[in-house]
Write a protein that binds this ligand. Structure first.
Ligand code: SAH
Length: 253
């Protein structure tokens, strides 16, 4: 088998959240591919080439990394958080499935990372302590109508909901619209967490309610967790603890 491709999760930002396996895989690579700001997080190593690309160029980045690996190089392609969550691992699989036969013979490894949802949850308490789901609000690759159907189903079934990609410059209205939809299912007192740039120097985590949640508080670096009927807040000095208990959720779903 010639060439090796690792798809590496860098975690949400804090270097302490880069796993030892991810660090070792980055160290061992001849060539690194990824969105520029993520590549900047990988420690520099002499002799290693770096190929930054724009955020939206996932498929061309995947193709470039696979081509290089097929030439026999040891290649790492990076994602923030976990590479399997709305990120490069699926893009690599899509490229392999549609690509030339030699790409299927490559040694491909997916190196997991801490996804944003888990990092934000940990800061707030245990909001994902019972059943939950994750949705991307980006309608680049799916219709807004499908997103609305999934939000309806998830809130109707009593899931806590983690919202990735809540807004972007090209998608300014989606989060406000999603919150309005969720207000039809859940009381205004439902806890909502905005976790921004968690694990980075400009981190900000706020706990609010569905009634008071303002979509303008979110940007591209924010993950939003909307509680279920069962999610509770323990008031205490400093930051409250938000949690979803492991028992008693059925009756209230
Ligand atoms: N693969 C990534 C997710 C990529 S989608 C992961 O597993 O975390 C990009 C979205 O992830 C952002 O719009 C935001 O919703 C969320 N996100 C990524 N890093 C974050 C961080 N440090 N703090 C809060 N949210 C983050």
């Amino acid at each position: 088998m010639s060439g090796h491709l690792a798809v590496v999760g860098l975690g949400p930002g804090d270097a302490r959240w880069l796993t030892p396996e991810a660090r070792a895989t980055l160290d061992a690579a001849d060539a690194l591919y990824g969105y520029g700001p993520y590549l900047d997080r990988a420690p520099a190593r002499p002799g290693q080439s770096r190929h930054p690309s724009d955020n939206r160029e996932e498929m061309s980045r995947a193709g470039a990394a696979l081509t290089r690996a097929a030439q026999g190089a040891r290649v790492a392609i990076v994602s923030g958080g976990d590479p399997g969550v709305f990120a490069m691992a699926a893009a690599i699989c899509e490229a392999i499935e549609a690509g030339p036969p030699p790409w299927r013979a490559l040694d491909v490894t997916i190196v997991p990372g801490i996804t944003a949802m888990l990092a934000v949850a940990a800061r707030a308490g245990a909001p994902l302590g019972h059943d939950f789901c994750a949705l991307s609000l980006s309608d680049n690759l799916k219709s807004w109508e499908l997103i609305e159907r999934r939000l309806d189903a998830a809130a109707g079934a009593g899931f806590v909901i983690a919202l990735y990609n809540p807004v972007s410059r090209a998608r300014p209205w989606q989060l406000a619209s999603a919150l309005d939809l969720l207000r039809r299912h859940l009381p205004n007192t439902t806890p909502v967490i905005f976790g921004r740039a968690v694990g980075r120097t400009d981190e900000a985590v706020t706990v609010t309610t569905l009634g008071a949640a303002n979509a303008d508080a979110a940007d591209m670096a924010t993950l939003v967790i909307v509680g279920s009927h069962a999610t509770r807040v323990i008031a205490r000095p400093g930051c409250p603890l938000v949690y979803t208990p492991r028992v008693g959720t059925e009756a209230s779903a």
